[in-house]
Design a binder for this molecule. Structure first.
Ligand code: FCB
Length: 456
């Protein structure tokens, strides 16, 4: 029988730029994503977050969707440039007001607010001053954290400083597919290091405003060697150090993985040693985002990590070509607990993009592949609990179909279908399924087939 512990937090997640729209409303400053999406060639079909899910104007109705799901928690992010339009200096009461009302309406619906301070949208004015490459950003971020903590303080259940800092430095500074669009390996360790310093400074700033549960959200992808060849095993170790340990080791173990010096070679900096105590400021929980795994092989021609993903053709893949591999979720949670010791864990994102049509027909839209994905991953999360992992909650990505960054609107992850022409929200079968899981605290997972049998 599948039962989750009493008090297990059932949630759904979104982020500001992906759903809000109205990016410049009420005195907000421009963000790096606004600028990037408006730069020709940067996003699929030139799509932008100008309207997205129009959540900025429809937040009250969207909170009632959360209520319909029976959720206990909602993870959202705050847009830094709404709160402090220039990134530093004067704050904007109207921008803060939006989140203030959102938090209140969540609380009156009995839903616990889970807030992320940085889900990738940086004030463009700070990008112009070097963004994550400028050491001063730790102080700017702490000041921003302090403004938000002062405004929302005791009403927020969990505070996450950063969402997936690995993506910020890897996609933004190594591959150039996210802002600032750089492709300079030597910048990566510095961007990562300043993200970590900003995280530590924000933890202190939030705590200074009173008792709070503060943590960080990382994306973990367990790495399995493609073969027993020493070269593949070494590549797997490099990939694991780079993606899974680059941020967590400094935060939770006090030092970078040694392999990073090998990965970056001459580009690996000598960081000021005193930075490590700021980065290692104790945290209350760890948020893990899980979507897929990587079967890893040596790739000498892709520096600096020289590791590649070997596609597993026998397994199903999502519309983003991410392998569906639920066992990886159990494995990575167990791995995190083994490596980092006892710390409360939350699965802060998990979900799948499948090719749902742009227009929904009928009152509920069928999405059997997403239902199967959720069922199998929730079972995998439960398996981790059975193996002793201190998992406290699960957040489905995402409440709504939304702006999937450089992929634009075609990659639909929502429990609710969004018709981007009419802004009509339609529940998908996965929303109904998730509601049953929540209502039964897991028992609904005991019925139904696995992903192979369903829809494929
Ligand atoms: C994660 C991001 C989230 C969303 C999902 C699909 O990496 O945190 O914003 O794009 O992937």
């Amino acid at each position: 029988m599948t039962r989750f512990p009493a008090g297990f937090l059932w949630g759904a997640a979104t982020s500001a730029y992906q759903i809000e729209g109205s990016p410049l409303a009420d005195g907000a400053g421009e963000s790096n994503w606004h600028r990037f999406a408006h730069t020709p060639g940067r996003t699929a079909n030139g799509e932008t977050g100008d309207v997205a899910c129009d959540h900025y104007r429809r937040a009250a109705a969207d909170v009632s969707l959360l209520g319909d799901l029976g959720l206990g928690a909602y993870r959202f992010s705050v847009s830094w440039s709404r709160v402090i339009p220039e990134g530093r200096g004067a704050s904007n009461a109207k921008g803060i007001g939006f989140y203030d009302r959102l938090v209140d309406s969540l609380l009156s619906a009995g839903i616990r607010p889970v807030l992320t301070l940085y889900h990738w949208d940086l004030p463009a004015a700070l990008e112009d001053q070097g963004g994550w490459l400028n050491r001063d950003i730790a102080g700017w971020f702490a000041d921003y954290a302090n403004v938000v903590a002062r405004a929302l303080g005791g009403r927020v259940a969990l505070w996450a400083t950063l969402n997936e800092p690995w993506v910020v430095s890897d996609a933004g500074y190594l591959h150039g597919v996210h802002p600032p669009g750089h492709q300079t390996a030597a910048e990566v360790p510095w961007a990562s290091h300043n993200l970590l310093r900003a995280h530590g400074a924000a933890v202190r700033a939030i705590r200074a405003e009173g008792a709070a549960q503060v943590g960080i959200v990382v994306n973990l992808e367990p790495k399995y060697p493609a073969s027993e060849r020493p070269a593949d095993r070494a590549a797997t170790a490099r990939a694991e150090a780079y993606m899974n340990c680059q941020f967590l080791d400094p935060v939770l173990l006090g030092a970078y993985p040694e392999l990073l010096a090998e990965v970056f070679g001459a580009d690996w900096p000598l960081f000021p040693p005193e930075d490590m105590s700021l980065i290692g400021e104790p945290i209350d929980f760890l948020g893990v985002n899980y979507y897929t795994r990587s079967v890893t092989e040596d790739a000498p021609r892709s520096p600096p990590v020289r590791a590649g993903r070997k596609r597993q053709d026998a397994n199903p893949h999502t519309a983003l070509d991410w392998e569906v591999y639920p066992q990886g979720l159990t494995d990575v949670l167990v791995w995190a607990q083994d490596r980092y010791g006892p710390i409360p864990l939350y699965l802060t994102e998990n979900g799948a993009a499948f090719d749902d049509p742009p227009t929904a027909s009928g009152p509920v839209m069928d999405d059997p592949l997403r239902v199967a994905y959720l069922r199998d991953h929730l079972r995998a999360a439960h398996a981790a609990l059975e193996q002793g992992v201190d998992l406290r909650g699960y957040f489905a990505w995402s409440l709504l179909d939304n702006f999937e960054w450089a992929e634009g609107f075609s990659r639909r992850f929502g429990l609710y279908h969004v018709d981007f022409t009419t802004q009509q929200r339609t529940p998908k079968a996965s929303a109904r399924f998730y509601r049953e899981v929540i209502q039964s605290n897991g028992a609904a997972l005991d019925h139904g087939a696995g992903s192979r049998a369903e829809g494929r």
